[in-house]
Design a protein around this ligand. Sequence first.
Ligand SMILES: [Zn+2]
Ligand SMILES: [Zn+2]
Length: 207
Amino acid sequence: MDAYELLKPGGAKTGVFACGKCGLLRSWNNTTAKPANIPPEDHAAQDGHIRTEAERCCRPKVCTDCGGVNESKSWTICEPCRVKHDTRRERARFEKARHLTPAEYGGPVMEPNDRFHMDLGAFEDHYADADPEDGTRPEYVWACRPVKFCIDLRGHVLDHVHEDAADQIDEAGLKELDAFEKQWWEKYGVESWEIDYSRAVVLNAKE
Ligand SMILES: [Zn+2]
Ligand SMILES: [Zn+2]
């Protein structure tokens, strides 16, 4: 950015351009990015290309949404735009969902900011003695549904033995493995929860 051309002592042009911020120098001869449509004798076009490259150096990344400076390394949009997008998406999900009263729902809940509670009682307890930095009590929480674990023992076994050994395990043996896995999960398997975006519990709704 703020590119400028270096000049010889007498003021003649050099075709060497510097980034005004970091001072990195570029010239047609030391650039590897030579566009094929610029002929070797067209020095003006070469200078133009190099000046553009020097101009691009150190230029802040621009948010593709608002055109402002984007300091995020991994996102194409800036942090405020990302927050705006997330808020809009959350709002749309909430409007589409079935709205329940607290009396209509008894399971675990997830706050819109992804804080999980085993039930509404635990949620209320959290906010009963919450510090202000724990955030404000949301107006609704998401219902959750259980997710069952399954690690696909059959697949793991076949992946980890060499081919000949796999051939020795017949379909009956694999079915035995499936049955064993099912039995094991039923006996020891823990349940986990994920957000059910089709149902939201509205906390200040009249019951
Ligand atoms: Zn630079
Ligand atoms: Zn933006």
